[in-house]
Design a protein around this ligand. Structure first.
Ligand code: SF4
Ligand code: SF4
Length: 108
């Protein structure tokens, strides 16, 4: 399951540099699958996507692996000072799915 950021976000920016997949963006920022991953820019260059949120930080669910393959726990949840990074029950993925996603994003 990916993590989501709730409306309680205070825009402190602490979570963004902690994400190993560059899945977290400041509100109003365009995002891409190739940012911070091994996916080739040439293949994904048309995929500069519109911001998901404009006023608070957001997580791209396609890039979030719950930190699997890098850390034992989701780093955004650990660092957020107001506990607004939470499990997104609408995007449930098994550990196997998350490992596959990690390899898709970063290769071996
Ligand atoms: S759980 Fe990990 S991979 Fe997912 S958004 Fe948070 S820091 Fe990034
Ligand atoms: S650490 Fe929490 S409050 Fe700060 S930007 Fe990230 S989600 Fe928002």
């Amino acid at each position: 399951m990916s993590i989501k950021i709730t409306n309680e976000c205070i825009n402190c920016g602490a979570c963004e540099p902690e994400c190993p997949n560059k899945a977290i963006y400041e509100g109003g920022t365009s995002w891409s699958m190739s940012d911070g991953t091994s996916l080739k820019k040439e293949l994904y260059k048309t995929s500069l996507n519109n911001p998901i949120k404009n006023n608070i930080y957001f997580i791209v669910k396609e890039k979030c692996t719950e930190c699997i393959g890098f850390y034992d726990t989701p780093q955004c949840i650990e660092i957020c000072p107001v506990n607004c990074c939470v499990l997104d029950s609408k995007n449930i993925e098994t550990k196997k799915d998350l490992i596959k996603k990690k390899f898709f994003l970063h290769g071996k």
